[in-house]
Design a protein around this ligand. Sequence first.
Ligand SMILES: *Cc1c(COP(=O)(O)O)cnc(C)c1O
Length: 380
Amino acid sequence: MNQVEIPFLDLPAQQKSVLPEMMEVFKAACESASFIGGPLVSNFEQSFAEFSGSKYSVAVNSGTDALRFALMAMGINQGDHVVTVPNTFVATTEAISQAGGKISFVDVEESTSLMDLNKLEDLLNERFEKSTNKTLRPKFIVPVHLYGQMTDMDGLMQLAGKYDIRVLEDACQAHGAKYKGKGAGTIGEAGAFSFYPGKNLGALGEAGAVTTNNSKIADYIKVIRDHGQRKKYYHEIEGYNGRLDAIQAGCLSVKLKHLKKWNEERQKLARVYDTELSQLPWIKKAEVLPHNISSYHLYVIHCQNRDGLQKHLKDKGVHTGLHYPVPLHLQQCYSSFGYKTGDFPVSEKLSQRLLSLPMFPELGEERVRYVVESIKSFQS
Ligand SMILES: *Cc1c(COP(=O)(O)O)cnc(C)c1O
């Protein structure tokens, strides 16, 4: 048994720091029995829009619903091709399929794990210029701002503009991330956020939101998340039960006030990792480009003997994660698409080399140094 145990993520620590404030929310919600909708939800929506730098934010049940509803609000039609990356959480592609879309994968860049825009350009060139089959022409691109770093949005928006493609940002890991000063979820037509407990801003259960500057998109999502009704029992369209609970919204508002500080703490810890790990030639870190401010949802390194290092760290009491161990094109649920190993080689290589180190605001520099020392003691 180790004397030291460093969790990958310490969720109880975060709840503890805001528990008294959240208890007030709980008490007020119970006293008024206002559990669905109401001011707790609309106040959170307003604060989150301000935080993100978008005009509107619409709160929903989960990040998955945020992605799905946003695609629907943006006018996806059955069979429309939607471009995204294979190295993401399955919710990205679930949302695409379940909104009626067809998934088109583009591989990622090895250094950042983000969509490779050269490969995106190749795909668009192929589908728009070379192929005469118009049904293959993508209507949407969903860049995934993985680990808390935004995709190169200037380059992406330029390509999207050239071919008249709509852009939905998967910002589920990027609360507070910036690209050239602009917030995640504010550059594309809409952005989808998750407040799953482990995210930088986490609810006490499931929660998500869509950000947008487009009032029509915001309005449509407000209607479909609530059974397609604007007025009770008058259903304009067939919608969903996709609302965010008032208690969750209230707790998220409490936590949102701390998010900037929490993100800064993550950034500070990332700099310690950066400095210390740069001395180890056998470790590469997932790069953050200079015009980006990462929210460091995850701190990820690449290591050839990843499994060995992960086991070594576990023996030292350091818990780590894999994001993600199997790229989506090789997942069983997509076997019917007929992808094979070698189709997206960078995502495949990363899936075998990536290791996510402990990263959360309450971690503290001392424990980061212990993680680093433990890595240094691994004979690669
Ligand atoms: C967490 C996450 C989602 C889904 O969010 P849920 O709230 O769990 O539905 C989607 N995309 C990415 C990249 C995520 O990390």
